[in-house]
Design a protein. Sequence first.
Length: 254
Amino acid sequence: MAFSADEIERYSRHLLLAEVGGPGQQKLAAARVLVLGAGGLGAPLIQYLAAAGVGTIGVVDDDRVALSNLQRQVIHDTAAVGALKVESARAAVHRLNPHVVVEAHALRLTAENADALLAAYDVVADGTDNFETRYLAADRCAALERPLVTAAVGRFDGSLTTLLPWTVDAEGAQNPSYRDLFPAPPPPGLVPSCAEAGILGALTGILGSLQAAEVLKLVLGIGEPLVGRLLLVDALSMRFETIRYKRKARPAES
């Protein structure tokens, strides 16, 4: 894959990195990444993936841009209020990097469409704000053997992990799944939404950018992804902690 003079200049800071270079940039250009949600987390995530030169970015979201979104969903602007978020995101990506293709999916991920959508991409990043979609994405990505980078935020804190549950770690133990970390969703109403509790807008930028870094590492095959590790971010104290978690024994594995 040959890069144009424009692309060589655009990606010059990547090309200088020994861990990326020309071969890595070619991997990025050939990659297909699916982003679930074009909201607070998805906004910076999509922007950084596009800036990095990820060749195809799929965006799944059935919502429209509202004025209250703009405090944190920085891929959208005032002129986009009322537009489909996937179309607003596509226009923003085109302005940022016309070499990137955005596949807009103006729908909600469901049990009926999940497999076809997820299987069409190399890596999936979940930035949705509801537990039903998070568990569905995690379960189906595991079944389809698709890497999943999943993040969540609330008021002033957030978390991030990467899931490869069909693989084994350095000791030969099977890597954990989402349900090893969170066995079941909380009862309805227990965890308030950001519309109910509020959220620090910049927090979504922190977590969304970290998600982008994890996705890029997976595509490039560099570094140590957050597999079996949960990154916890407290923006009030600006404290970052990492906790380890393991696969729980299944009946057949006991």
